[in-house]
Design a binder for this molecule. Sequence first.
Ligand SMILES: Cc1cc2nc3c(=O)[nH]c(=O)nc-3n(C[C@H](O)[C@H](O)[C@H](O)COP(=O)(O)OP(=O)(O)OC[C@H]3O[C@@H](n4cnc5c(N)ncnc54)[C@H](O)[C@@H]3O)c2cc1C
Ligand code: FES
Ligand code: FES
Length: 488
Amino acid sequence: MNDSIRFILNGEDVSLENVRPTETLLDFLRLKRRLKGTKEGCAEGDCGACTVLIGRLIDGKLFYESVNACIRFIGSLHATHVVTIEHLAAKDGTLHPVQQAMVDCHGSQCGFCTPGFIMSLYGLWLSNEKPDRAEIEKALQGNLCRCTGYEPIVKAAEQVSLHRPSTLFDPLEKTRTEIISRLWAMQASDTIAIASEEGRLIVPRSVDALARVLAAEPTATVVSGSTDVGLWVTKQMRRLDPVVFINHLAELQRITTGEYGITIGAGVTYTRALETIAQKIPAFARLITRIGGEQVRNMGTIGGNIANGSPIGDSPPPLIALGAQLTLRSAAGARTIPLEDYFIAYGKQDRKAGEFVESVFVPYPVADAKFAVYKISKRRDEDITAVLAAFYLVLDESEHVTDIRIALGGMAATPKRARSVESELIGKVWSEATVEAARPAFDADFQPLTDWRATAEYRQLTAKNLLTRFYLETVGAPAELKRFEEVA
Ligand SMILES: Cc1cc2nc3c(=O)[nH]c(=O)nc-3n(C[C@H](O)[C@H](O)[C@H](O)COP(=O)(O)OP(=O)(O)OC[C@H]3O[C@@H](n4cnc5c(N)ncnc54)[C@H](O)[C@@H]3O)c2cc1C
Ligand code: FES
Ligand code: FES
């Protein structure tokens, strides 16, 4: 067993032997290293004031991505490169072009949000030479500013891509080869286990080691991207012991396309899944760009979204509508079940002691199938769902419904299919009259709750209206519906 978490912080090698299982990167930076350019705003992944970059090796290549330091645990950092705002300017004080553009475009007033914005823009600058406006806005979805307004910040991003200097001076481009070899040298040769006064953390060496750890510690908390678990710690002050980190396991980070569908490893982040899903199932990919902000998508996983079992998790309804299968694994072996059977009741999933989610298989929609996903939330960006509906429809040559799967989130204690509505539709001609007649069946399927996101009546009516909308879109959307296409 190894007994330290090792990573690179800006230029320096760090090795930590005394780490609390849920010690956050933000606390470490600010309290232990006095790197106070990284700010604390919300401590829940929403505001982006704590944004830093994490570099990690994927298939031998080094990628830097923006993350929220406030909900990122130290135990998840082994063999990564943590880059904070302090690393950007040259030693003589010359600002990095991304910083200079923010100055030139008046992108800062009180300055509290500014380091976070700069780190997000820097992440974009490293990965995309000529981002368009939509790509800039996407990169900034997870950063909130309460005084400057976003236009000057977007302008700064446009300016820095327009007058892009050679990257030779850039602190990360300059050291790329050297950092790759340092990260290689840090790869753990064995499982890491650290015991502190506040509990234990374990970083298994492999998926087999993970299965063994969970067999021995069935009540351990598995942490993948920590975008849910992070908030249990920072907001609910929960004490977790032991904690098992899995975000580094390459075996869980594979995404493969086959003849019939996509297999997504439980550790694949939204960002890493996006390209493949966009090629094969574009409607699902559009939904992913509305999950959290860029930092959350760079950390969070579809596997974690499923395992968490929340009734308002965004990925389960479309996955259920597509007929996804879930593979769970333990030391005793693997089993595969229809994803919809995984969600038993609120807070209760079909996951046995010692099991973990290994992957989800997503079948491609058949040729001519119609598939749509609608997320209804108060804001377009970085908001939690009030109602989410996914529709999968196959018609025969005479326009009769031969297959229909409708799954909703935010309507019941679990993500759930609208079985009564489906029964009303199957075998019927796909027409306005059929859809109209099926709408009341939502009342048999769902008795939603009222909460601060939406009332029960709003949810029920929205679900019915989304069926009507889906129908209208399948027969050629009227212009006024198309206008909202990117929003819903
Ligand atoms: C600011 C913000 C915005 C968000 N916006 C959205 C949104 O728009 N839509 C949405 O659906 N969610 C949203 N979330 C929630 C969260 O990002 C997702 O649920 C995410 O997919 C969780 O994945 P993770 O890898 O971070 O899971 P973690 O937080 O690491 O884990 C979540 C749960 O799953 C378990 N777990 C994780 N992986 C496994 C595994 N392989 N096997 C067994 N158990 C496992 C953990 O033990 C825990 O119970 C948001 C979160 C934040 C902080
Ligand atoms: S402090 Fe707000 S996202 Fe981290
Ligand atoms: S400049 Fe004040 S919050 Fe953005």
